[in-house]
Design a protein around this ligand. Structure first.
Ligand SMILES: *[C@@H]1O[C@H](CO)[C@@H](O)[C@H](O)[C@H]1NC(C)=O
Ligand SMILES: *[C@@H]1O[C@H](CO)[C@@H](O)[C@H](O)[C@H]1NC(C)=O
Ligand SMILES: *[C@@H]1O[C@H](CO)[C@@H](O)[C@H](O)[C@H]1NC(C)=O
Ligand SMILES: *[C@@H]1O[C@H](CO)[C@@H](O)[C@H](O)[C@H]1NC(C)=O
Ligand SMILES: *[C@@H]1O[C@H](CO)[C@@H](O)[C@H](O)[C@H]1NC(C)=O
Ligand SMILES: *[C@@H]1O[C@H](CO)[C@@H](O)[C@H](O)[C@H]1NC(C)=O
Ligand SMILES: *[C@@H]1O[C@H](CO)[C@@H](O)[C@H](O)[C@H]1NC(C)=O
Length: 283
């Protein structure tokens, strides 16, 4: 038990110190495989039933489950668990009687362990690894390979809602246990083909985001420039109008002076009235 904690602490340390390194992934896979097989042992497993592994609190956010299958069953029916469909006509290499398939959903830990330079993950990393489970109580359980004779494996990303313009940019990515990374197109929104066990996710290029960011900056700069220019023209226009208005007012003022003078002239009317009433007096 103490040994397991040391192991887990080592995995967590690797994940935080060496982001997305092969060693931290392998360490995590080994730890999760051990937890998953413990779940099988605890349950006296029925073949073909999916069991959830119990993970310590410092790995909360991850989901791990395990199923034990006969090789014959996999060949006849395939395996359809945890959003990963392994088709019929699949065999294990080397041949074993029973196998254990460990399914992982790394949830919010995904980017802690899996990175693709130049891309960002837009779904959790999910995956499955296959082990020889002829004897689950055996120490040092073997990893085995799968060989597909028929259709490819399908991985469904049920929670992903892609924006229209992102569908063309999104790519499936497969992380092999040996550390190699493969890209492929989505076969339909949210579904990826896979040809082997490993970990899977959907990514979009960061280039696109940079471009968008760049466009925003250009837009903002142009917008600000436009505003400054508009402001400048507004000031020029206002100045022009003001000059015109002042000129007009000056003209009005001149006219007013003339008017005023006339009015002042009119104020001398009483004498005129007197002169006008004079004929009345004559009558
Ligand atoms: C993880 O949790 C266990 C108890 O479940 C604890 O003993 C261990 O120190 C924790 N490790 C880290 C790295 O936090
Ligand atoms: C796999 O299982 C899901 C439900 O868990 C179901 O909707 C889907 O049709 C199944 N796929 C195949 C090929 O059986
Ligand atoms: C993931 O979420 C859980 C709570 O749901 C939290 O305890 C854990 O620290 C988170 N992990 C990371 C890597 O953020
Ligand atoms: C088991 O895993 C190791 C390490 O990833 C790898 O070198 C080896 O080829 C695998 N064995 C099989 C049978 O896939
Ligand atoms: C995915 O698998 C299907 C079924 O075999 C195949 O027809 C299709 O070409 C594959 N798509 C890609 C992108 O590999
Ligand atoms: C989808 O979301 C549900 C609820 O948030 C979660 O339990 C489940 O693990 C998610 N599935 C995947 C494949 O991430
Ligand atoms: C992981 O392994 C792959 C292939 O073996 C290699 O190309 C890559 O550089 C490795 N990454 C790290 C971080 O060691």
């Amino acid at each position: 038990m103490y040994c397991k904690f040391v192991w887990l602490a080592l995995c967590l340390y690797l994940s935080s110190s060496a982001h997305g390194s092969n060693s931290s992934r392998n360490c995590l896979d080994a730890y999760l495989q051990d937890s998953a097989l413990k779940a099988l042992v605890r349950h006296r497993p029925q073949t073909g039933a999916l069991y959830k592994a119990v993970l310590p609190r410092n790995l909360s956010g991850m989901e791990v489950s395990v199923v034990r299958l006969r090789s014959k069953t996999l060949w006849k029916l395939g395996a359809n668990f945890s959003n990963i469909h392994i088709p019929p006509r699949t065999i294990s290499v080397p041949h074993v009687r029973r196998m254990a398939i460990v399914y992982q959903n790394l949830g919010n830990w995904s980017s802690q362990y899996y990175r693709v330079p130049g891309y960002s993950l837009i779904t959790s990393v999910v995956g499955f690894l296959v082990y020889d489970a002829s004897n689950v109580r055996a120490r040092g359980i073997r990893n085995i390979s799968l060989s597909l004779m028929g259709k490819p494996i399908s991985v469904y990303f049920a929670n992903l809602t892609l924006h229209h313009d992102m569908i063309s940019a999104a790519k499936c990515v497969a992380f092999r246990p040996n550390g190699a990374i493969y890209f492929s197109d989505m076969i339909s929104p949210n579904v990826c083909n896979a040809t082997d066990q490993g970990h899977f996710s959907i990514v979009v290029g960061l280039e696109r985001k940079h471009k968008r960011w760049y466009l925003w900056v250009v837009g903002i700069v142009l917008g600000c420039g436009g505003l400054v220019l508009m402001g400048y023209f507004a000031v020029v226009l206002i100045r022009h109008l003001q000059t015109k208005e002042i000129q007009a007012m000056e003209k009005h003022a001149d006219d007013g002076e003339i008017f005023c003078n006339r009015w002042i002239g009119n104020s001398k009317l009483p004498s005129a009235t007197v002169t006008r009433t004079q004929p009345d007096l004559e009558n």
